[in-house]
Design a protein around this ligand. Structure first.
Ligand code: PLP
Length: 459
């Protein structure tokens, strides 16, 4: 064995130590920004250092600044952990170092991604003919899907946006609910459709867009239109009324895009499948592997029902790129990146290691932990559960959300984040980690109740 690669064994050992300790280390970081800058910062040496020293010291110096977000009691944002098979596949993806932009540079991994894409479509109940791109996250999945949408609706209006850009193009209406995730608007900003020009429509108490508002906005617009619906609102986990929205889009020739960053995975659980009824009739779907599927960062998934529109919006070529048949998987036909990491490989490993029942169980487990958390917290007089807990998100009203969040984070048993929902400061609990158990929920609920009581003000 070539000793230059001993550092890979070191990394595997250090990674193992970290993941083995995830369940018991405090969830919050132990070092301040200043401490991290001081331990990690140094002048770049003229001479290189021994790789084994570099990795040993990197792991030592980073450790106090690591958050146990891959562990069982991290409930902030919507983050999730990493399944062992997915982490291992991710390491191999790095070691193999294939450029999955083109089949000729990454034959095996292009096929791995193709297979993983098929499994994703099957699990999520989406049309088997759809095209799939493994991108960096849901943000770029929106970008990719909405680029395909922009292509198709402008093509239908007689405009070639890829060739002509947007100057002089027909007026394109983009609709979304007022609770749309910011990344939908950011994708529109990047696509030249304008952040502020996304028309935000009223939602109900759970953050679901009102279908009648979608219908009347489309009826009042004569021209190309895109509707961005949502499967899994970031605060409440609620699902938009897809049958009505899809029907309105069909009636008015609009493209229906779905933000399903985490909520799309409800489709993989027979017990939750009702929530996504009608969603398969949409035109594109954006989701993440790095949230509920528990693959490591970064991994988003863009899915488009019309592969021609998807390819037209993304494909690139150059005289030095060999021509290829359409049925040969070439990453840069579908992805915004040219050179790219094979992000679908950890998805392949995660799905194989879980199997269909394992994915369903992961989704169901998280949902029942969220329900358990909600009922434990609802017993506390200073806490009000604001949402119908239909999925994995729990939204809480407490008297002083900032103080409660700060206390919970400081104490270290678990980690929560906050938000503003319908003008009200709230605390959010999101359960997406594969390791979370009922005992973790009980321990965390006790820590949250203690923080509520210690924060003083009555609810
Ligand atoms: C509903 C929703 N959409 C989009 C995103 C953005 O996803 P990403 O961070 O992977 O870009 C998130 C992230 O939490 C989300 O919850």
């Amino acid at each position: 064995m070539d000793p230059r690669y001993d550092v890979l064994d070191d990394a595997a050992r250090l990674a193992r130590q970290f993941v083995d300790g995830l369940g018991e280390r405090p969830v919050r970081e132990a070092a301040s920004l200043e401490e991290l800058r001081s331990s990690l910062g140094r002048p770049l040496g003229e001479a290189g250092e021994d790789p084994r020293t570099v990795i040993a010291e990197l792991a030592r110096d980073a450790d106090p600044g690591l958050i146990a977000s891959a562990g069982p009691r991290f409930f902030g944002f919507v983050i999730g952990g990493s399944l062992p098979a997915a982490v291992a596949a991710d390491w191999l993806t790095s070691a193999w170092d294939q450029n999955c932009g083109g089949y000729v540079a990454a034959p095996a991994l292009s096929v791995v991604e193709e297979v993983a894409a098929g499994w994703v479509l099957e699990l999520l109940g989406l049309p088997a003919r759809s095209s799939v791109a493994f991108v960096t996250g849901c943000q770029m999945a929106h970008f990719t899907c909405l680029a395909a949408a922009r292509h198709a609706v402008l093509r239908d209006a007689g405009w070639d946006v890829e060739a002509q850009g947007l100057q002089g193009a027909p007026d394109l209406l983009v609709l979304a609910g007022e609770q749309t995730h910011v990344t939908v608007q950011v994708a529109c900003r990047m696509l030249g459709l304008g952040f502020d020009r996304v028309r935000l429509l009223p939602c109900d108490s759970q953050g679901r867009v009102l279908a009648g508002e979608v219908l009347s906005a489309l009826a009042a617009h004569d021209g190309p239109a895109i509707v961005c619906a949502q499967a899994g609102e970031i605060n409440t986990g609620a699902f938009d009324p897809f049958p009505e929205i899809v029907a309105a889009c069909r009636e008015h020739g609009a493209w229906c895009h779905v933000d399903g960053a985490f909520g799309l995975w409800a489709a993989a659980s027979p017990a939750r499948r009702d929530l996504v009824a009608g969603l398969d009739g949409a035109d594109s779907w954006a989701t993440d592997g790095h949230k509920w599927l528990n693959v490591p960062y970064d991994c988003g998934i863009a899915i488009v029902a019309d592969p021609d529109a998807h390819r037209a919006a993304m494909t690139s070529t150059s005289p030095y790129i060999p021509p290829h048949e359409l049925d040969v998987p070439w990453g840069f036909d579908w992805n915004p990146e040219f050179s790219r990491r094979a992000r679908g490989v950890p998805v392949y490993a995660a799905l194989r290691s879980l199997g269909r029942s394992g994915v369903a169980d992961l989704v169901e487990r998280c949902c029942s932990h969220a329900a358990r958390m909600a009922s434990l917290l609802a017993e506390e007089p200073g806490v009000e559960v604001l949402n119908d807990v239909v999925l994995n998100q729990v939204l809480l009203r407490v008297a002083d959300p900032d103080a409660v969040i700060a206390r919970v984070q400081e104490e270290g048993t678990c980690w929560l984040s906050g938000s503003t929902f319908k003008g009200q400061a709230v605390v959010r609990v999101s359960v997406v980690g594969w390791q979370t158990t009922a005992a973790d929920v009980d321990r965390s609920a006790a820590a949250i109740v203690a923080a509520v009581r210690a924060s003083g003000r009555p609810g």
